[in-house]
Design a protein around this ligand. Structure first.
Ligand SMILES: Nc1ncnc2c1ncn2[C@@H]1O[C@H](COP(=O)(O)OP(=O)(O)OP(=O)(O)O)[C@@H](O)[C@H]1O
Ligand SMILES: [Mg+2]
Length: 257
């Protein structure tokens, strides 16, 4: 399936609804992620950003609607087929979720090692090549997640997501809680992953500096639905009152230099 500009549609969400009992979280969600595109999703805390991501990866089941990844309908897909598709995705969760009982290097190569055989030396080498890009030191490779700081755990989770160069990347708040230097390092990595591997990314973020650095397109979730979308440049010109609230504290000239 291709869109007007002949770009392949990687993820297509159509008429998605999700409630928890009487709490309507998402309604009538429609959007596409195209090949080579970097999408940022913004919205107030509690607006349903993480719920949307969890629906896309099948951790939550929508009440209604369709989610296609590379033209395969994910909703109600048998578990073994769903897992096969998810193996090709690089995902980070908002709250870390490293395997406590595995060393850092084992965490990082986990998915790749499930697909191809490698010995300890090769595994550590692969993990090392990735953590270097994230500004982490080699001596953490043999530690366990509980032995490194929260910000380091966050970077290890990103290393695990990008290991094996997956073509689809889904990040939930990858830079929150990190210092600005590390945050901008991670933004560069996301951008590089999209540009050089020909991948596509969805990044949920509160960080408007990140949005300007990484996004081709921004989606705003407000009042349970996508109430605005556009480029970062359009965002700074938008009169939409909710968008205004997000950009008010920011001097856009800093980011578009
Ligand atoms: N498993 C669940 N069961 C019941 N309600 C849930 C569940 N997961 C999320 N919710 C509710 O869905 C709403 C949206 O939550 P979500 O985590 O998607 O917000 P968010 O936009 O990611 O917020 P934040 O920016 O704080 O991460 C909240 O009201 C939350 O309480
Ligand atoms: Mg969230």
């Amino acid at each position: 399936m291709k869109n007007k500009l002949e770009k392949k549609i990687i993820i297509k969400v159509t008429d998605l609804f999700k409630s928890f009992n009487n709490n309507v979280v998402l309604k009538n969600i429609n959007f596409q992620l195209l090949e080579g595109e970097s999408l940022a999703i913004i919205g107030e805390s509690g607006s349903g950003k993480s719920v949307l991501l969890k629906n896309i990866i099948g951790l939550l089941l929508p009440d209604k609607g369709s989610i296609e990844i590379n033209n395969v309908e994910m909703v109600n897909l048998p578990r073994n087929l769903k897992e096969k598709i998810l193996l090709d995705l690089g995902i980070t969760f908002q709250h870390g979720a490293l395997f406590d009982s595995l060393k850092i290097w084992e965490n990082i190569i986990f998915k790749v090692a499930n697909k191809e055989k490698m010995n300890v030396k090769q595994g550590k080498q692969l993990a090392l090549s990735i953590i270097k890009q994230l500004g982490l030191q080699p001596d953490i490779l043999d530690l366990y997640p509980s032995e490194i700081s929260g910000g380091m755990q966050k970077r290890v989770a990103i290393a695990r997501a990008i290991c094996g160069n997956p073509k689809i990347l889904l990040f939930d708040e990858p830079t929150s809680g990190l210092d600005p230097v590390t945050g901008s390092l991670i933004d560069k990595l996301i951008k590089t992953a999209v540009r050089t591997v020909g991948g596509s990314a969805i990044t949920i973020t509160h960080d408007m500096a990140s949005v300007c650095r990484i996004a081709d397109k921004v989606l705003l979730i407000d009042k349970q639905t996508i109430s605005w979308s556009g480029t970062p440049e359009e965002m700074f010109k938008s009169a939409n009152p909710k968008i205004q609230e997000f950009i008010k504290p920011i001097n856009s000239e800093i980011f578009f230099k």
